[in-house]
Design a protein around this ligand. Structure first.
Ligand SMILES: C[S@@+](CC[C@H](N)C(=O)[O-])C[C@H]1O[C@@H](n2cnc3c(N)ncnc32)[C@H](O)[C@@H]1O
Length: 188
């Protein structure tokens, strides 16, 4: 059963990503997505994980433990994605995953915002591997969440439908404001 937006993303990522691939976690937070991604790419793959908060970097490093050598963890805003790929001589990522919002169990005022989310998602789209996809888990229940979601959808609506497929996936019978997933793939 797929009860969470992140479960849905992990299923799709598992289908796309092969051992040895390179992928990006653009909001590593507590490290759960990074840990999942490092398992999927395996010992010959690589993961670039980033977050703006030191606590997130520490938690991610603690969670990934001994598989850490296949993961580069950077304290950075995701709107420096292209710069980080170039600095680390990394190839086009098969997946770039954004899990927006704030760090569970931490200061809710430190959260993703349109000022950096929009350029970061654009950079991810511009560098993604030809067989890859950009995934964005979007939350609207917290302060600033719906404004970020609206700004992101407006921004992405300018993508040329002949070049990109943009899809939205959301539970439609749950209470409150369930998160949803945007998937962006390039047509070749
Ligand atoms: C919902 S949490 C991510 C959860 C994480 N993927 C996990 O598996 O535990 C959102 C994260 O985005 C981070 N964040 C906020 N603004 C950011 C930015 N500009 N660049 C990168 N990370 C950012 C927050 O610090 C927070 O840790």
């Amino acid at each position: 059963m797929i009860s969470k937006a992140t479960d849905f993303v992990h299923i799709l990522v598992s289908r796309l990503v092969k051992p040895g691939d390179f992928v990006v976690d653009a909001t590593c937070g507590n490290g759960h997505d990074t840990s999942f991604l490092s398992d999927v790419v395996g010992p010959t793959g690589r993961v670039l994980a980033m977050d703006v908060q030191e606590i997130a970097i520490e938690r991610t490093k603690a969670l990934i433990g001994e598989v850490g050598s296949r993961v580069i963890v950077e304290k950075s805003s995701h709107d420096r994605l292209i710069e980080l790929l170039e600095a680390n001589r990394l190839p086009p990522p098969k997946v770039v995953l954004f899990n927006l919002g704030f760090l569970p169990g931490s200061d809710k005022r430190v959260r993703t915002s349109p000022k950096t989310t929009l350029p970061a998602v654009s950079q991810a789209i511009s560098c993604i591997h030809k067989d890859g996809a950009v995934f964005v888990v979007v939350y609207t229940g917290h302060e600033g969440g719906s404004e970020e979601a609206d700004a992101l959808e407006k921004h992405l609506s300018s993508l040329d439908p002949k070049q990109y497929v943009l899809s939205k996936h959301q539970a439609i019978n749950q209470e409150g404001l369930p998160p949803y997933v945007l998937v962006i793939q390039r047509r070749f």
